[in-house]
Design a protein around this ligand. Structure first.
Ligand code: GDP
Length: 297
């Protein structure tokens, strides 16, 4: 995901660390190159600007120019700033699934990987935490999407709410809540309908479902390959329905990584998980240190 950014930064830092003594001008030149690399990775402009400003404040003092390993110090400042921008003001909490049945509302655009991610998270909670999980698809427009969730449920051994034709999303949500309580489930995933673009009908539906379902978490699934668009989608969903976190999918792909870097700073919402492939186990919790490490190689 971060290959090209990683390569670009690697080049800048190689030169810097090989140089030995550094003047303030050397540091500024290097940081300008870092800024270009961030922008090329599709990091949003204000985020890139702020990033460089913060590193510059630390790196242009005499501590760096007088240090024996000035290049490495600059690299460390960049690393620390990467972690800060990825993580925000704190580590993302684990999913709130106490007080069973805890409802997790999955929202996002069509094709973002919402259904796949729902099943991946359900499997994870079942396998790792021994939770009893129920999944329900609310995608009344696309019977195929409802069937897809049922098929995935069968594959991973997680129950899905039986499909009843003709129900509205809100009716399904109500039935799912009842079933989750009566059936003694710990967690209920509601996989809402997606659209190709954000529109009012979609948002109204998600809002109504949210009001009925009273979820503990509203997780937005966005395609990590879509760069700044992913961040815009997150801002819009957060403004309209309120989200508690983001799952970035397709982080196994060859995108530039800007979405991951801008998400927290622009939306204030934590990235909770990253999708790393189509398989049911291809999901990880988001770990800012690990991602920063990956970027800096
Ligand atoms: P939805 O319309 O948002 O529910 O999207 P789906 O869950 O149906 O996913 C659309 C396609 O993206 C499917 O082919 C998934 O296998 C694929 N997909 C989902 N998440 C990931 C991921 O993290 N990496 C990759 N490579 N593919 C993914």
């Amino acid at each position: 995901m971060f290959e090209s950014l990683s390569e670009r930064l690697g080049g800048v830092f190689d030169r810097l660390t090989k140089q030995g003594a550094l003047t303030e001008a050397d540091v500024l030149t290097a940081l300008r190159e870092v800024r270009v690399a961030l922008l090329e990775a599709d990091v949003s402009l204000p985020v890139a600007r702020d990033f460089i400003k913060r590193v510059q404040e630390k790196a242009t003092g005499s501590a760096v120019t007088k240090s024996i390993t000035p290049g490495q110090m600059v690299v460390k400042f960049v690393h620390d700033e990467l972690v800060r921008v990825l993580q925000g003001d704190g580590q993302a909490d684990a999913l709130k699934i106490d007080n069973p049945p805890a409802t997790i509302l999955m929202v996002g655009l069509q094709g973002s990987g919402k259904t796949t991610t729902t099943a991946k998270l359900a499997k994870r909670l079942k396998d790792r935490a021994g939770k009893r999980v129920l999944m329900a698809s609310l995608d009344t427009n696309r019977p195929a999407a409802m069937e897809q969730l049922a098929i995935l449920g069968g594959q991973i051994g997680v129950d899905t709410l039986p499909i009843v034709k003709g129900e509205s999303a809100v009716q399904i949500a109500k039935r799912a809540k009842t079933q989750a309580s009566l059936g003694g489930y710990d967690v209920l995933f509601l996989d809402t309908a997606g659209r190709l673009h954000i529109d009012e009908v979609l948002m109204d539906e998600v809002q109504s479902v949210r009001d009925i379902a009273q979820p503990r978490e509203v997780l937005l699934v966005v395609d990590g390959l879509t760069g700044q668009d992913a961040v815009n989608v997150a801002s819009e969903f957060d403004g309209k329905v309120g989200i508690s976190g983001v799952v970035l999918t397709r982080m196994d792909g060859d995108g530039r990584g800007g979405a991951a870097l801008s998400m927290r700073a622009v939306t204030g919402k934590p990235i909770r998980f990253v999708g790393l492939g189509e398989k049911m186990d291809a999901i990880e919790t988001f770990d800012a240190e690990r991602v920063a490490g990956r970027i800096l190689g």
